[in-house]
Design a protein around this ligand. Structure first.
Ligand code: NAD
Ligand code: ZN
Ligand code: ZN
Length: 380
């Protein structure tokens, strides 16, 4: 490749400060260092966690940053020590690494690789970023930063996928779909014949609905304050839709009455601490399992201990519990084999230049996922 070993000048959407529109800028992307892979991003989607960083969390030290973490692309060049990837490979960047060697990677119980830390999920340290713009270092978000034509990612956080995979679809497996699907299948471990409730019907919640259905749930109650989400939830397997705004009673009471004492499994896919409590309280005593999937680090969550003492279990799930390097290629295969849906989640297609429009759509609940074309797709 003519660009290998050189700085690449390319287009990226830069978040210079919190709560302001992103700016399309020419940035410089340094060559990959040891164990790093430089990726040409073909397609990226917008996930609510990007909005969380930009509009809710708003820590000043998290800027300027290049957001985006749900993407797919093609390897442009690799740094020293990288043998697993070659230029031309189709890949998916992972916000949670799988180094394969740490205590957590060696345990089948978790996907919490030691390379992953909360700080890294937000922004990497400036010394780890390969981006500069107008002489200023830009931070990389979630270890990835995909609102850019090129990015550099540690090889422990890259999954090689089937060359037949359409990158403008499988990019969704980089975050939202694996997160929701895995939260149902891996974390809640939904059993056949069970009753489930999914709170929040963005891509994450809808993927949780799909996961509950794949696991054989008999009844799947989809809960959202936006009635427009009901139809898509039914397409993905929901049997019922409940809008909390249609009821004067607390939603946990509504669900309890619908299910003779509570659901077997509930999944919170919004990031609202009040709703996390409601999701737990919607579970049946004795064996109900509630999974926190929605992201927030701004508030504490409260619950009456008796809810747990009487036999409910409260869990959390990051990236659906999937170990990414191993599982993402399998999820890509499941999509190619028509065992997992992705197309149904895509409501809008745009280009990177329109990223602010895509953010507005999500802010106002008008999309499930918007795919942004970053670079034209190339075959190997
Ligand atoms: P989204 O904005 O597309 O969807 C959120 C949905 O929640 C919307 O349909 C909205 O109408 C609904 N909602 C809001 N308030 C509600 C309420 N009080 N009751 C019921 N529904 C309500 O978001 P998304 O991209 O699907 O992400 C969902 C959450 O998952 C976010 O918090 C995101 O940060 C988080 N997330 C977590 C992980 C993880 O690994 N745990 C990964 C990706 C995303
Ligand atoms: Zn995400
Ligand atoms: Zn590890």
């Amino acid at each position: 490749m003519a660009t290998a070993g050189k700085v690449i000048k390319c287009k990226a959407a830069v978040a210079w400060e919190p709560n302001k529109p992103l700016v399309i800028e020419e940035i410089e992307v340094a060559p990959p260092q040891e164990n790093e892979v430089r990726i040409k991003i073909v397609a990226t989607a917008v996930c609510h966690t990007d909005l969380y960083h930009l509009l809710e969390n708003m820590h000043k030290d998290g800027f300027p940053v290049v957001l985006g973490h749900e993407a797919a692309g093609i390897v442009e060049s690799v740094g020293p020590g990288v043998t697993e990837f070659q230029p031309g490979d189709k890949v998916i960047p992972l916000f949670i690494a799988q180094c394969g060697e740490c205590r957590f990677c060696k345990s089948p119980k978790t996907n919490q690789c030691d390379v992953w830390t909360k700080a890294r999920l937000e922004v990497m340290s400036p010394s780890d970023s390969r981006f500069t713009c107008k002489g200023k270092k830009l931070l990389q978000f979630s270890g990835t930063s995909t609102f850019s034509e090129y990015t550099v990612v540690n090889q422990t956080a890259v999954a090689k996928i089937d060359p037949a995979a359409p990158l403008d679809k499988v990019c969704l497996l980089s975050c939202g779909i694996c997160t929701g699907y895995g939260a149902a299948v891996n974390t809640a471990k939904v059993e056949p014949g069970s009753t489930c409730a999914v709170f929040g019907l963005g891509a994450v919640g809808l993927a949780a609905v799909m996961g509950c259905k794949a696991a054989g749930a008999k009844r799947i109650i989809a809960v959202d304050i936006n009635p427009e989400k009901s139809e898509k939830a039914k397409v993905l397997g929901a049997t019922d839709f409940v809008n909390p705004k249609d009821h004067s009673k607390p939603i946990s009471q509504v669900l309890s009455e619908m299910t003779d004492g509570g659901v077997d499994y509930s999944l919170e896919c919004v990031g609202n601490v009040g709703l996390m409590r409601s999701a737990l309280e919607s579970c049946v005593k004795g064996w109900g399992v509630s999974v926190v999937v929605g992201w927030t680090d701004l508030q504490d969550v409260a619950v009456r201990p008796v809810q747990l003492i009487t036999g409910r279990t409260w869990k959390g799930s990051l990236f659906g519990g999937f170990k990414g390097k191993a599982a993402v290629p399998q999820m890509v295969k499941a999509y190619l084999d028509k065992k997992v849906k992705l197309d149904e989640f895509i409501t809008h297609n745009m280009t990177l230049d329109q990223v602010n429009d895509a953010i507005e759509l999500m802010k106002h609940g008008k999309c499930i996922r918007t795919i942004l074309t970053v670079s034209p797709q190339q075959r190997k």
